[in-house]
Design a protein around this ligand. Structure first.
Ligand SMILES: *Cc1c(COP(=O)(O)O)cnc(C)c1O
Length: 388
């Protein structure tokens, strides 16, 4: 038996090592507090579940869905983009349903990348940008996201010979794992940079609605000129606690959407219509459930930030996403400190370098446990304060 190089050259899966260490601690009887995974802990709001229940009973939803997506869902997307972002798209030609935005990230390089082409990927970043690139025989080029640049990529630092071969640019704000946000100026700069270098921009906006303190995250498509150069990927997963359902969408430039749709129509057969009907309900009904979840995440964030501060770790409270990106104490690597937290306090947090070398020196805490558990985690950290 022999395996493809594309799977043999995958980077070692750091999370597997963490899972193993976590399991060993659980087996010892420790009550582990897992702040590792970015998966909402609360259930999908009941009105969305109910609409799925109704849709699943209707035989008209039982057949192959349309490749590009149910027109009612794409129309709901267009309406939502207009209302929430002030962006106008034609639901028939500028919107595509996705089996979650991860599917979109993984497949989009197939539409734009020839073997040897370069894809600009944030580092630290969601691992699928570089892995999807490699699967399409492209070459990922890491753009470091550094604290001194507010975790935005420095386009001016990318060498000319790299830019000559670059075809695609992935960006992601609000950002996983850093919790950083982008300014409209940054997006305007991105549009100019893409036009200058003939790049397709894919903005992964999975956390578009997960915002705090009255902040509203600017999007890419609302930037003047963005519709000429890019598409934006949105996800129902984090916004509506729907990670298990697998529903997202792409919107933007008509020609790019058509090319991307061509790839998808040859790989998958779309999203179960009943799920898309539940998606219509999520997008078109009151967004109160989103605001309520945001208030919950904000309370958790504030507890964790205050707790970390009390043991001498200064983490900047993020304006968006359910990730707190905390610097590790002096004398520790990310891996060493996450090990200490796990072994001596029973807390799982993800070492920053798991998202790329430029994440070294940080830990990512996911605010995906109730506030009493977060407070319990903080109490346990106080007990290991002498080691920090
Ligand atoms: C969670 C996440 C996704 C995947 O979302 P799905 O819609 O569930 O596939 C994509 N990008 C980023 C940055 C994420 O954090």
């Amino acid at each position: 038996m022999s395996y493809s190089e594309r799977i043999l050259t995958l980077p070692p899966y750091l999370f597997a090592a963490i899972d193993e260490a976590k399991k060993a601690i659980i087996d010892k009887g420790v009550d582990v507090i897992d702040l590792g995974v970015g998966d909402p802990d609360r259930p999908t709001p009941p009105h969305i579940v109910e609409s799925m229940v109704t849709a699943v009973r209707d035989p008209k939803n039982h057949q192959y869905p349309s490749y590009v997506g149910l027109l009612e869902f794409r129309a709901a997307v267009a309406e939502w983009l207009k209302k929430e972002k002030g962006v106008t798209v034609d639901p028939k030609t500028q919107v595509l349903s996705l089996i979650g935005s991860k599917e979109g990230v993984a497949h989009v390089p197939f539409a734009f990348i020839n073997p040897g082409d370069i894809v600009l990927c944030p580092n630290p970043g969601y691992p699928v940008y570089s892995i999807g690139t490699k699967f399409a025989c492209g070459i990922p080029y890491d753009m470091p996201l550094l604290a001194k640049n507010n975790f935005l990529p420095d386009y001016d630092a990318i060498p000319k010979d790299v830019l000559k071969k670059a075809k695609l640019l992935f960006i992601n704000y609000p950002n996983n794992p850093t919790g950083a946000v982008a300014t409209p100026e940054f997006f305007a700069k991105t549009v100019a940079f893409a036009k200058e270098n003939n790049l397709v921009v894919v903005h992964d906006n999975a956390y578009s609605e997960m915002v705090f303190d009255g902040y509203k995250a600017p999007g890419f498509l609302e930037t003047p000129g963005a519709m000429d150069v890019g598409i934006e990927l949105f996800s129902m997963s984090k916004t509506y606690n729907m990670t298990g359902w697998r529903l997202g969408f792409a919107a933007g430039n008509k020609d790019l959407i058509a090319a991307f749709g061509k790839v998808k129509s040859n790989i998958d057969s779309g999203v179960f219509d009943a799920i898309q009907r539940a998606g219509v309900t999520a997008l078109t009904s009151s967004q109160q459930c989103v605001y309520e979840m945001n208030a919950v995440y904000k309370e958790r964030r504030d507890s964790l930030v205050a707790g970390l501060k009390s043991i001498g770790i200064d983490a900047v409270p993020q304006k968006a996403t359910f990730y707190l990106w905390a610097p590790v104490p002096k004398g520790y690597t990310s891996m060493e400190f996450s090990k200490l937290l796990l072994e001596e306090a029973g807390i799982v947090a993800t070492p920053g370098n798991g998202f790329g070398a430029s994440g070294e020196g940080f830990l990512r805490f996911a605010l995906t446990k109730e506030v009493d558990r977060i407070n319990e985690a903080v109490e346990r950290m106080k007990k290991i304060k002498s080691k920090i």
